[in-house]
Design a protein around this ligand. Sequence first.
Ligand code: SF4
Length: 300
Amino acid sequence: MYGYHGRALIVDLSAKSTEWEAIPESILRKFIGGTGLGAYLLYRHCPAGVDPFRPDNPLIFVGSPLVGSRLTTSSKFAVLTKSPLTGMIGDSLSSSFIAVEMKKSGCDALIIKGRSETPTLLTILDGEVNFHDASRLMGLDTFETETKVKKQIGHWTRVACIGPAGERMVRYASIANDGGRQAGRTGTGAVMGSKNLKAIGVRGGSLPDVYDPDGLNEIGRDLSRRSLGPATEKYRTLGTLANVAVFDALGTLPTRNFQQTTFESAQEVSGEEFHETHFVKNSHCANCTIGCEKIVVTTD
Ligand code: SF4
């Protein structure tokens, strides 16, 4: 099989144990990766009717066959769990270097079950899993946590972590990775907090083989060229905030938790305004030519 490892890594925080579970090729072909494969794994591993904050609600990180390739915007992963916000399937997407490191660790999905008795930092280095005390990280925000984990485990470690909101199981808390990317929907960070899991550090290993590396590289070059065309220009210059003013004008801007569809101060938080007054520099995920990420500074 190419593009996959064909297995999931299951970590049990209660028992401090791990096991590998094979994922059949037929399932991978059917569900491919990301949210699709994650929904299948959640269906398999989440007991019916479970409270989202119970230890047996799994927290599942899933990659895809293209993660680790040079295809632009391919460094994506999905986080799935039973959502404490909706009580239904929760899926949230994020991206960047940790997606590649997770795949290098030898699995197509990382399934975290159980609940640690004390705050825990989970590390997966060259595929080897370890559990560390994370008491000293508690209360830190996600930037501080990532910095400290890298100092402890190594600079090239990629980190996913929660801040105080996740620790307190705020039902919409997110999981942060790679210095500010967020799995920001459906309260995945609250479930991570309910497991007493403050952070995950991943580094090392190897990617699965690709069927036609030269062909894939050729497609990658073509896609990169085309990704710099007019269709993505607004994201390259203003970032996804470019949509704020447009959605507001169309009456489709989710406002006050979807109670309204326009926002009276939309212009002040628009991409144009941020670009004009607060823009510092561009940033981008791993293997991305578009770079919709904008670093802005505000003292407001
Ligand atoms: S920088 Fe933006 S466009 Fe590029 S992969 Fe990340 S989210 Fe996607």
